[in-house]
Design a protein around this ligand. Structure first.
Ligand SMILES: C[S@@+](CC[C@H](N)C(=O)[O-])C[C@H]1O[C@@H](n2cnc3c(N)ncnc32)[C@H](O)[C@@H]1O
Length: 222
């Protein structure tokens, strides 16, 4: 029996290459790990989570789809359950600052990792900026809309690229592609910022200046 993923997790899965050694951090139900085993011929998959509850749910699903021999289930925070031969880290469905916390202070434990696929629920500007500081660049990225919420899915590869502030904010590849969801999102941001600027008293000089700068960046890139 083949597992079915929602649109968001399918977008994450589509960014995973075949025959990789993967850790899915914060796997919860492990549906993504199961899908990868069934469709991407991975060399190895570790499904990990910080909590026992999600892991017992994961184990149930792994039994249901009969992939017990192909997925290693591990309890532990962040990338602590990683093994030396892992080359791909996936983290999705978590806050961006949590993701940064997981990856920033454990650099030495993932020296063999060349790919990270991250889909943060928030703070995507900080995620792009901090992961690039760790020696990765944005190789591909997509936006996916589910239940009226827009999620970014970003594939980072080891290497260096130069980025502008607007790239960290809205995504260099999404901007280049003029992604239709991004355009909608930027227009909404523009409206919000314009409204805020019109309401903000003149004494908040710095904040007004910042808003004007951000509005200029948006206008230039719409
Ligand atoms: C909302 S679920 C997302 C599940 C799945 N990755 C997805 O995208 O649908 C978040 C999961 O991350 C786990 N989690 C949160 N912080 C974590 C951390 N620091 N290390 C490992 N797992 C964590 C939670 O226990 C939860 O099961």
């Amino acid at each position: 029996m083949k597992v079915k993923l929602n649109h968001r997790l399918l977008t994450v899965a589509n960014l995973v290459e075949e025959e990789k050694s993967i850790i899915d951090v914060g796997c919860d139900h492990a549906l993504l790990s199961i899908y990868l085993v069934q469709n991407k011929h991975p060399k190895k998959v570790i499904a990990s989570d910080i909590k026992e509850g999600p892991l017992s749910h994961a184990k149930e699903n792994i039994r249901k789809y009969q992939v017990q021999n192909q997925i290693i289930v591990k309890l532990g925070p962040g990338i602590e359950p990683i093994e030396k031969d892992i080359d791909t880290i996936i983290i999705s469905g978590m806050g961006g600052l949590n993701m940064i916390g997981i990856l920033k202070y454990k650099k030495d434990t993932y020296q063999n990792v060349d790919t990270m696929i991250l889909s943060p629920n928030s703070d995507v500007y900080q995620v792009r900026k901090e992961i690039c500081k760790l020696g990765f660049y944005i190789e591909n990225e997509m936006l996916v809309k589910e239940n009226h919420i827009i999620y970014p899915v970003i594939r980072f590869q080891r290497g260096k690229r130069k980025y502008r502030e607007i790239d960290y904010l809205y995504g260099p590849i999404l901007l280049q592609k003029k992604d239709s969801l991004l355009v909608n999102y930027m227009k909404l941001e523009q409206e919000k910022k314009e409204k805020l600027l019109s309401l903000l008293p003149k004494k908040y000089f710095q904040k007004r200046l910042q808003l004007k700068k951000e509005l200029k960046m948006i206008q230039k890139n719409l």
